[in-house]
Design a protein around this ligand. Structure first.
Ligand SMILES: C[S@@+](CC[C@H](N)C(=O)[O-])C[C@H]1O[C@@H](n2cnc3c(N)ncnc32)[C@H](O)[C@@H]1O
Length: 259
């Protein structure tokens, strides 16, 4: 497959599916495209784009495969423990309401983990959790609030009994927690970002983007935070020189908006 083939395909995807593949790290992405293309039975990218165009299932399969949805509740548990501590000792003292954005939320395990933490504390705060992802299918799944046991491995016995019911070997989240999260479709590369946010949790997605796109995302996220607001990144997503984005490091993978 030549660069020209990929150029054609990237531009076809942009025009027809409104996704900017050129924002992602190329090597890794092109490998994934070739794998999913072969699975669909196409011999080249032109043929594959025709299949994507004509077959909804193949289109879904393509989107699912390139948007890597791996997640779980309380992923890197220590970070959620830190969020809980900062919610009690810092955020609730600084603000009388908090709006949290879980960006690239996948099947919802991340925003629902945040909702459980908030629910545990009866803080006199107005709370709102917005959760977004580029992938429609995954958002529909998130809204159901139904999970596999493997996605709950970091959920304590107490939280399992407080927040889930077991039905047909699946864990069904209770309505109280489900209602705390507002799911919306949002593309981190193409869409505008909401303003006046107090917390942004954006984890395990910027690793897939090219450096210049990643930097633009952090710049826009910083613009979206109120002064004193916090940005949480993934456990491999250190922001070097956070000052360039008006941020300062509070602890590992947590940054505070300073200006
Ligand atoms: C590996 S998951 C991370 C889920 C969760 N944040 C976590 O850390 O467990 C990456 C998510 O990023 C989403 N994603 C990929 N590209 C995106 C984009 N341009 N805009 C918004 N979400 C995107 C994927 O659909 C996927 O659900």
């Amino acid at each position: 497959m030549t660069t020209l083939d990929f150029d054609y395909f990237y531009s076809w995807v942009h025009t027809n599916l409104n996704i900017r593949l050129d924002a992602y790290k190329e090597k890794q992405l092109n490998r994934r495209i070739q794998t999913v293309m072969r699975q669909a039975g196409a011999n080249d990218l032109k043929e594959y784009s025709t299949l994507i165009h004509g077959d909804e299932l193949i289109r879904k399969q393509f989107l699912d495969y390139i948007t890597i949805n791996v997640t779980e509740f309380f992923r890197n548990k220590d970070l959620f423990e830190k969020f809980e501590e900062l919610l009690r000792t810092d955020l609730s003292k600084k603000f009388d309401k908090i709006t949290i954005w879980s960006a690239a939320c996948s099947i919802g395990a991340e925003p629902y983990s945040l909702a459980m933490i908030i629910d545990r504390h009866s803080l006199p705060l107005k709370k709102k959790i917005i959760a977004t992802d580029i992938d429609d299918t995954i958002l529909e799944k998130a809204k159901t609030g139904i999970f596999k046991e493997s996605e709950l491995k970091n959920v304590s016995v107490i939280d399992r009994s407080d927040y889930f019911a077991i039905e047909n070997n699946r864990y069904v989240l209770n309505n109280n927690i489900k209602q705390m999260v507002d799911f919306r479709k949002h593309d981190l590369v193409l869409d505008d970002f909401e303003k006046n946010l107090h917390v942004i949790v954006c984890r395990n997605v910027t690793i897939y983007f090219k450096n210049e796109i990643k930097e633009e995302i952090y710049r826009k996220m910083s613009d979206s935070l109120v002064k004193g607001g916090l940005l949480f990144t993934g456990a491999t997503e250190t922001i070097y020189q956070p000052e360039q984005f008006g941020l300062k490091k509070v602890s590992s993978f947590i940054y505070e908006k300073t200006v």
